[in-house]
Every structure is written in C-alpha cells, then in structure tokens.
Design a protein around this ligand. Structure first.
Ligand code: SF4
Length: 698
C-alpha cells in the first residue's frame, strides 16, 4: 500500500494471469510500474493474489524484445539453443519495415500451407483480428489457441448439452448457495481470489464437496473430501447420480420442464451402483450416497470444475456427467445454482468467444454454416472461405510433420513448452520453412522463429478481456511499449495489409465495434460503455443492464429450449501403469508460476519464492526410493525423461507424481501423453504412466 506521493500516476486495468480477472491499479513512477493495488472489480472486490500483486515486473525485464529480429543466415540449425539474454548470436536486428516485409513474404499466397496459433493472452480485439487474418487471408480455419489444452472438452460438453460454452453463473454466486462441488480444480493455487470466496462460503456454513485425486488446498474447508482414483471421475459421478435416481432425489418438475433424454440417462445409470463403482473410484459407497443426498437435497447448489476434469481423453464425458448431475437436481438458472468451469487464462473465455478456434467463428457460430460465413464475409467485404473445420493445436503439429503445414504465425503462445510430448512439437517447429513469432521475450517457441516481432505487455496496451464470469473488462495502457515494440493489434493489422487485405482499423475500439455486428453475446456492450463502467457481464439486456450473472432460468439456447442428458460410459486412461512405468504422472500449475513461465520466471518476487523445477511425491514413496525431500529424482515416460528436485507432499497419492509445467530445464511436457479426447481434442495432461528413480544431486 502507498499514497499518491509514491507514484506519478495510476491506471486501472486487469490482471494478466488467471481467468478470475481481478481489476487492479498500476502505480507508475519514473516510467516504471512501481507497485500494484487491487481495485473494486466485480470478480475481486479489491482482492489480489500473489501473482497479481507482485507478478508485474516482467514487463521491465532486460530480456524484453525491443527491436524486430530476423534469423541470421549463418545461425546454427533451429533448436532450443538461443540465449534469451543474447539472441543476436542467432538473429540480427531489423527495421520494422524489413521485418514485416520478410514476415509477409514468407506467408503470402501460401493458403493451406499456413496455420496460426493465437493466444488466450490476446485481448478480444487481438484474438478477433488473428482469426480473421487466417480465415480471410488464407481461406481456411487452421487457427487455434491454448483453449485446446485447457477447457476444450468442457466447452464441447456445454455446447452439446446446454447450448452455450460459457458458465451459467458467476463464481461469486456461491454466496447464494448452500452446497458446492469443486472437482478437478485447485483454486487456492490456480484461482486464488475465487478461492477466497469459496472459503468464505464455508465460514457461513455452506457445505463444500471437494473431489480430486490430489488433496488440494480447499480440503481443509471441505465437508466432504473425495480423493478418488485418478481417471475414475465418470465411475464416481455416475455412482452419485445412480443414488439420486435410485432414491428418487431428482427434481422431476425441472427435468420435465427443461430437459430431454432423461429416460436414457436413468437407464444408463442402473449399472453404476456405489457398491460396484467403489473399488474403481476408491470412494466408499456410504460416502458416495452421502454426497448424492447432500447435493440433491440442497436448496441451491453449484458445480465448479477445472482441468482435472477436462484434461483427459474422457474429458468431455466428465463434463457431461457434471452437467447431468446439475440438471437432474434442478440446480441451474436460479440464484446460488449453476455450472462453472473455472477458466484458466485471463482471456481464454474471450479469445474463444472471438472465434480463435478452428470449428467456430465468433460466438461459437459454426464454420460449416453457409449463412454464418456469409454474414462474416459481408462485414469483412471479402470472398468465402472454407466450410471445413480447421485443425486443432496438436493436429497442426502433426500436420507439420506430415509436410502439409509449412509456415506459421504464432502470437503470444508458447507451444514449444505447452504442447504434450513437447519434443515432437519442437521437432515440428524446426521443420517449418517460415515461422513468424510475435511475443515479449525469446520464448522457447521463438527459438524456432525466422522472424520475431516485439510485442506489448498488458500494461502497455488497450483492449478488452473476458473473465471466467463472462465479464468483459477494459484493459488500459499505463506505459508505452519499450524501445520499438508495438501493440499487438497494430502488428497484426500491418501484416494483414502487407498480405493485401486492406484493413483500416484505427484503434482497438474500431475492432470491438466490428465484433459487435456478428456477436449477439456483445449486445448492449460498447467500447464507450466499458471505458465508463470498466466491466459489463454478457448477456446484457439493455444499455443500462450491468449484465446477467445467472443465465438459463427459463430454458436453454438449444432447439426446443431444453438441455440434454448425455449418458457417459467409463473409458480408461490412454496409458495405464505397467511394470516398466508403474506410477501415474499428473501435471499442472503452482501458485507462483504461470503456465510456461515466460512471465513469472522473470518476476523477481515470484521467481525468488519458486526458483527451481520441482515435483511432488508422497513421503512414503520418497522413503522407499531412499530420496530425502529436496533430493533429485528422474521421471521417465515413453516420450522422454527429466531430472528435478522432489518435494514430499502428503496430498499426492503414493503412486502419483505431480509436476508443474513452468520450468524449461525440466519441462513436464517432455513426459506427457499426446492422446486426445475425441470431442474436445484436448490432450491427456492429467494421466500418463511414469517411472520415478532416484537421481544424482546436480
Ligand atoms: Fe490475477 Fe488470478 Fe490472482 Fe486475480 S486471482 S490477481 S486474476 S492471478
């Protein structure tokens, strides 16, 4: 905390890390952000976590790119071999004119050979422009971003069964609930400000049912802690729903009025008695029955979930079960009820809404629909583009190996760290004959670039972002980008014009205005309104309506207005433990580090707290291996191996190892399995067979 004497000026903006979307005030002195305070945004009410409060100084890090770079002709072969502190061994500085010409020349006229990865770190306007560039400029839909790696399966199940890919209620609605389920999520580390609302809920007497193979931080606040067997979500959830059917605890009136396919669901659940499922999911039948009665008997109940649910080859089935559970208990559409996948990145909701996905145009309008495409091309004043859904993140990597995708434009995404079986992805990027990377630093992906365009951080640009609550919020610049770095929307527009697209946007506000034409979700939301009010929740029913925090009180946006029960069967993980790889690997984030670490590992406070690659194992597992806590272990899977420091953690089951994926020196994704869910095409980051060995200290 400080007073106004501590800074020259302050600017309100939005935290760049997680999907909670905390509003904050950047205090600037001598052209640098000196400190950050939380302000009264709808999702955070002045609160911030450690990342929002202390994780801003990466924007001033000496590794920031300040000039465009072009790969030197005498550079070594492409690989993970560029020193981010000294990129001039592999690249030479260029003017913007030369770099943009070079970037455009390598992409122009190549149609299907080009693919694009945008990012959930893009603002809504940047994401919209990026998908438009690929569709209008190259005529196809091979454009995706990291939603494919986090909640793609949740979105697939939500669109299929309730007709919309966003949450049905804000997380703050928990204050009106008396029961809440949190499954496959660790909000204390991953959505820390949301976690404070969950804790308050229990202090008021709310019953919190936590379900996770790891004993996550909220277990201390839980009325029920179900530490189920990894991958056994469907067995456990079907058993709970079996009890609700068997004991007729379901909401008959709600089911009749608002749903379809109930009889099929009921019939399907007959096979999932708690007694039969207990040995599979590892939860006692009595506990499953008690949870069923508690949830179905609630006056108002919510379900929250995270990537423990979505990052499986049965991720869509997991979400289908959660949707069915809420529907049968009539727990959607009223205060204190709802379905809420806790979105990961600060703008993964908005980037998906803006069409940065291969099967949908903005607002999840299918690329297959001729009327939809023509509505967009009319606004874009351009010809038609492909009606074939494009390739996803992992499919594009395979397509490079197959020799079809030969050039890419990657904005703000770091797939050379975040993709599963990452050596396979890195080998693919090395094969590209033209890679344009737009970013703040020499990321691992930028190691493979032919041209690097220096971009701007959140505190250096204007743009809107949409959080997990469907709240569209205004991000504002507090500083100019360093050196010659430019705002991202300007770079994309410049590239589009060099590709012959004749775009004439003067500001992000122009882009937002175009977005509102074909995005009904943005009805009644304008740039001016956001500048004035900072945040508006969609849908907003009038220019005065702050937006609907709860939706679907009176039917669903599906044919006939009904939500659907889609029964889910048990599908085992793709790779089960065996004699060679006897343990289970699971990956995720930890409180201090964000995703691939490019920002938080350059943040002084955060990096000081968590400076070293680490994994967590149960103390008994470490004892058996003769490894002291803090000693080194080697993790080996069919994809590769890494060596890193081991922590003792009782929250991890004895046959599991948990690895955060932020550390390039021991990259978790060297190990992960690229097998994907058939609907959401999301990789199985939460389950792979692994061998753990003691390693020499380094
Ligand atoms: Fe930022 Fe999320 Fe922390 Fe809020 S909870 S300060 S949005 S990282």
């Amino acid at each position: 905390q400080g007073d106004s004497a501590d800074f020259d000026y302050e600017v309100s903006s939005v935290c760049p890390f997680c999907g909670v979307g905390c509003q904050l005030s950047l205090k600037v002195k001598d052209n640098k952000v000196k400190y950050v305070d939380g302000i009264d945004g709808p999702a955070n009410e002045n609160r911030l976590c450690v990342k929002g409060r202390f994780g801003y100084d990466y924007i001033h890090h000496p590794h920031r790119l300040t000039k465009p770079l072009i790969r030197r002709e005498d550079a070594p072969p492409k690989g993970l071999n560029v020193d981010p502190a000294n990129p001039l061994t592999h690249f030479r500085e260029a003017t913007w004119e030369e770099a943009m010409d070079f970037a455009a020349d390598g992409l122009r006229g190549r149609g299907r050979e080009v693919a694009g990865f945008g990012s959930a770190k893009c603002t809504n306007e940047e994401a919209y422009l990026f998908q438009k560039l690929i569709r209008q400029g190259f005529g196809h839909n091979n454009v995706d971003h990291c939603t494919r790696l986090c909640h793609a399966s949740s979105v697939a199940a939500l669109i299929e069964n309730v007709g919309s890919g966003a949450v049905t209620a804000t997380f703050n609605e928990i204050e009106n609930a008396d029961v809440a389920i949190i499954i496959g999520a660790n909000p204390v580390e991953n959505h820390p400000v949301a976690a404070t609302y969950f804790k308050q809920f229990t202090k008021r007497g709310g019953k919190l049912i936590v379900m996770d193979p790891r004993g996550v931080g909220l277990r201390k606040y839980a009325s029920h802690m179900l530490q189920f067997r990894p991958g056994a979500d469907v067995s456990m959830l079907n058993a709970i729903m079996h009890v609700i059917v068997e004991e007729e605890l379901y909401d008959r009136q709600y089911i009749e009025a608002y749903t379809e396919n109930w009889e099929a669901e009921k019939e399907h659940l007959k096979d999932f008695s708690p007694e039969k499922m207990a040995p599979i999911c590892g939860i006692e039948p009595d506990v499953l029955r008690d949870v069923a009665r508690t949830f179905a008997g609630a006056r108002a109940a919510m379900i929250f979930w995270g990537m423990g649910v979505s990052q499986h080859i049965h991720g869509t089935d997991n979400s289908r079960c959660l949707i069915s559970l809420a529907l049968m208990a009539g727990q959607v559409g009223r205060p204190g009820t709802g379905l809420h996948p806790l979105r990961g990145q600060n703008n993964v909701q908005g980037a998906s809404d803006a069409g940065l996905i291969p099967m949908f145009l903005p607002d999840y309008q299918s690329v297959k629909d001729d009327g939809v495409r023509s509505a967009f091309t009319e606004v874009w004043e351009s010809g038609d583009f492909s009606s074939e859904p494009g390739l996803t993140v992992t499919e594009i990597v395979d397509d490079i190996h197959a020799g079809n995708t030969k050039a890419m434009y990657i904005l703000g995404e770091n797939p050379a760290m975040s993709d599963p079986d990452v050596d396979h992805a890195r080998d693919a990027f090395a094969k590209l004959d033209h890679l344009v990377v737009q970013d703040l630093f020499i990321t691992e992906t930028a190691n493979y670039a032919d041209v690097i365009l220096p971009a701007s951080a959140f505190a250096e640009k204007s743009g809107t972002v949409t959080n997990t609550n469907r709240q569209v919020q205004m991000g504002r610049p507090a500083l100019a980008p360093p050196g010659e770095a430019r705002e991202d929307w300007q770079i994309t527009v410049d590239l589009a014009n060099r590709l012959g697209l004749e775009w004439d946007y003067k500001s992000p506000a122009d882009v937002f205005a175009e977005m509102t034409i074909n995005m009904p979700s943005l009805a009644n939301i304008t740039w001016e309104r956001l500048e004035r009010e900072n945040a508006v929740t969609y849908p907003s029913l009038s220019p005065e309506d702050p937006g609907q925090s709860i939706v679907f009180g009176d039917g669903f946006p599906r044919e006939g207005g009904r939500a659907r029960f889609t029964p889910a069967s048990v599908i085992p993980p793709d790779e089960v433990p065996d004699a060679d790889y006897p343990m289970i690997l699971t990956t995720g984030r930890q409180l201090e580090h964000w995703h691939t670490g490019s920002m938080t590992r350059r943040s002084r406070v955060l990096d000081a707290v968590e400076p070293e690659a680490n994994c967590s194992l149960h103390p008994s597992t470490l004892r058996k291996m003769g490894v002291e806590p803090g000693g080194m272990v080697r993790l080996v899977t069919r994809r590769g191996s890494i060596t890193l420091m081991a922590r003792a953690d009782r929250a991890v089951a004895p046959d599991m190892v948990f690895v955060p994926f932020a550390f390039v020196e021991a990259a978790a994704n060297v190990l992960t399995n690229p097998a994907v869910d058939p609907y959401g095409k999301i990789p199985e980051f939460k389950f792979a067979a692994v061998r753990v060995e003691a390693a020499e200290s380094q």
